[in-house]
Ligand binder design. Structure first.
Ligand SMILES: Cc1cc2nc3c(=O)[nH]c(=O)nc-3n(C[C@H](O)[C@H](O)[C@H](O)COP(=O)(O)OP(=O)(O)OC[C@H]3O[C@@H](n4cnc5c(N)ncnc54)[C@H](O)[C@@H]3O)c2cc1C
Length: 603
């Protein structure tokens, strides 16, 4: 943990070490969880998976279940990529574990259905449905307002009774939206009505219009935020885009925000439609991510025969005579290069790292690889605050709507019901950790008037804390006190802060308009080369762990096709499509072809 002005102990890469688990694990019950017919394929062919994040591990999982001999090459000493948690070195005393840290907190919305399926197939002692049983529901979201304005507590429990058949009409949805906006916000009535109408436009737009028209329109313009009140801009513009997915509202794709945030997450989530079983809208793990999910996954994959080569940096994917013939790798950040080979290659690195390993010949073989150069990533990074007293804040996530750095957060110990924080972690003094994320690194803050990118690490922490307090300590409440703050930790993937050229090795794909057109498919024109990762084209279309998992399923299916395998294909679950909207979408399809606007689109 960093107490004020103390630097983190780091390994030679600048990263806190969390060692790979040793041994094959042999988790009881693993075989029983294999899909029927899967393991019997047993081709034994070798697959190199490049990258050990959620996409790489998901691909390894599906392939190993189908009898492939999988080796995962990973840059770090730990698996899980951006999703993993990490130890704060030197902080565990008297048999306690080191304090847990992470790149950013983990949210598993109820509409995810591919990732939860994988989680059910990762055995965990005492759990009938594997690590999936380690998910817990958050029941409320807190939209904290700054400068003394009252906060909005938004209940997130799914409706227990779905609308009756026939009730789910555009006017019913409009009425529901209006009553929520009327009860919970200070929006002028005409602005709320305009927003509700825009939701209906997107909801009833056919797929072709969503792809051909709304993908090109920024969310900000779609909801005409520029002409509306500051409240409208903050709540419905920035609050639904930059804060949640790090993309600026002024440029975010309407198709992505409309389909995923407004429809899948909020609308269908609250109505309990298309969810993972009886999941609530908001779910988190019951312990630090690596303990509750990634470490058991590694154990399970080892039991399926997957091998891991940590500390390995992919340098170049070698392409010759129409195929990938090997991968040039070295030790992390240096050392002698060597070539590793396999029959098939799944590239599961994030786009900004993957594309530098694709040489000219490989790019020439499939033009969609070069189009990935147009995909954009941005900074979105968390800070963990360790607190002396339990500080749940809200039973779910916190969105500091007025914070210039688009701050979100969660009080974690309340959900870690299989842990006692002070008994299990650190030196016993910390009783909670507040995990906060900065999604806006380019706007001046409230303490120093500097952007996060311009600040030193200490300044970032002080500024972030001030913005959290501005959101939480008002209207007669004091949720956070300086005396309660024991220390903090930020992922050392962010380096050089306060200097001329700060870097962040773990960036996130963002979704400005037109991103969809540059997203590659998992299947490439190279017969033994496949792409997995949150930037790959998927139905969920948002850079998330769900997207990473879905992309891996597509990659494995493409590999099975290329291999003429008779193994069962990975199931791919798409976002919920309400049957009530289909007739309206069919009408819209005709109108779109005729060059007419959507029926509800009054401009
Ligand atoms: C702050 C933050 C919070 C987030 N919160 C959520 C959330 O709550 N819910 C959600 O669903 N999603 C969330 N996301 C998004 C999610 O983390 C990612 O979309 C997802 O983890 C991506 O998985 P991936 O496998 O595609 O990539 P990564 O997680 O980046 O994994 C890729 C792996 O490849 C390795 N690698 C990179 N380069 C090389 C190389 N040259 N050689 C070898 N290995 C290499 C990396 O070390 C890494 O382990 C969040 C993202 C951020 C940044």
């Amino acid at each position: 943990m960093t107490t004020e002005h103390t630097q983190q102990p780091q390994d030679q890469t600048g990263h806190t070490r969390r060692r790979f688990l040793a041994g094959a694990g042999g988790v009881a019950g693993a075989l029983a969880l294999w899909p029927a017919g899967g393991a019997s394929a047993a081709s034994g062919k070798r697959v190199a998976v490049l990258g050990g994040g959620v996409s790489g591990l998901s691909a390894a999982h599906e392939l190993a279940e189908r009898g492939y001999a999988v080796t995962v090459y990973e840059y770090y000493d730990a698996l899980g990529g951006k999703a993993r948690s990490m130890d704060v070195p030197g902080t565990g005393t008297d048999g306690r574990r080191p304090l847990p840290a992470e790149h950013g907190f983990r949210f598993f919305p109820g509409f995810y259905r591919n990732l939860p399926d994988t989680m059910r197939r990762i055995p965990f002692p005492g759990n009938a449905s594997g690590v999936h049983d380690n998910l817990r529901s958050g029941t409320e979201a807190l939209f904290a307002r700054g400068s003394g304005h009252p906060d909005l507590h938004f209940p997130l429990r799914r409706a227990t009774t779905s609308p009756r058949p026939g009730d789910l009409t555009p006017s019913w949805i409009r009425d529901q939206l209006l009553s929520v906006l009327d009860l919970g916000t200070r929006l002028p009535a005409h602005e709320a009505a305009y927003f509700a109408d825009r939701v209906l436009v997107h909801l009833t737009s056919c797929d072709a219009r969503r792809e051909g028209q709304w993908e090109k329109v920024a969310w900000w313009d779609f909801i005409r935020a520029e002409e509306m009140s500051g409240e409208y801009q903050t709540l419905l513009g920035v609050g639904q885009t930059r804060n949640l997915v790090a993309t600026r509202a002024e440029v975010a794709s309407t198709r992505t925000v409309g389909r995923v945030i407004i429809e899948a997450l909020l609308l269908w989530g609250l109505l309990g439609r298309g969810m993972d079983g009886d999941a609530d809208v908001d779910r988190v793990l019951n312990a630090p991510t690596s303990e509750a999910w990634i470490d058991p996954w590694e154990t399970h994959l080892r039991s399926l025969g997957v091998e891991f080569v940590p500390g390995t940096q992919v340098r170049e994917i070698v392409y010759e005579s129409g195929r990938v013939t090997g991968v040039r790798v070295s030790a992390r950040d240096g050392g002698q290069e060597r070539t590793v080979t396999a029959e098939h290659y799944v590239c599961a690195m994030p786009v900004e790292h993957a594309r530098v390993t694709w040489g000219r010949a490989l790019r020439a073989a499939d033009p969609q690889l070069a189009r990935c150069d147009a995909l954009q990533t941005d900074w979105m990074t968390g800070v963990m605050f360790y607190l002396r007293t339990p500080t749940p804040v809200v039973h779910g996530h916190l969105n500091c709507l007025d914070s210039p750095w688009s701050v979100t957060g969660i009080g974690q110990a309340q959900f870690w019901d299989v842990r006692d924080f002070s008994r299990d972690y650190g030196d016993g003094r910390a009783h909670d950790c507040l995990s906060a994320i900065i999604s806006e690194w380019d706007k001046p803050g409230i303490l120093y008037g500097k952007t996060a990118r311009e600040c030193t690490k200490d300044e970032i922490v002080a500024e972030l804390w001030a913005q959290l307090k501005d959101g939480l300590n008002d209207a007669g409440k004091t949720t956070l006190t300086d005396a309660d703050r024991l220390g903090w930790f930020m992922d050392p993937a962010v380096t050089g802060l306060g200097g001329p050229d700060p870097q962040n090795r773990e960036q996130l794909l963002v979704h400005p308009t037109g991103t969809l057109y540059n997203r590659p498919s998992a299947r490439t024109k190279v017969p033994n080369f496949f792409l997995a990762g949150d930037y790959v084209r998927t139905d969920v279309d948002l850079a998330t762990m769900e997207g990473a998992n879905e992309s891996a399923r597509h990659a494995v299916n493409a590999l099975l096709d290329a291999d003429h395998s008779d193994a069962e294909r990975c199931e791919i679950r798409e976002l919920y499509r309400p049957p009530e909207m289909e007739p309206l979408k069919r009408v819209d399809e005709v109108r779109y072809r005729l060059g007419l606007p959507n029926t509800f689109d009054l401009g």
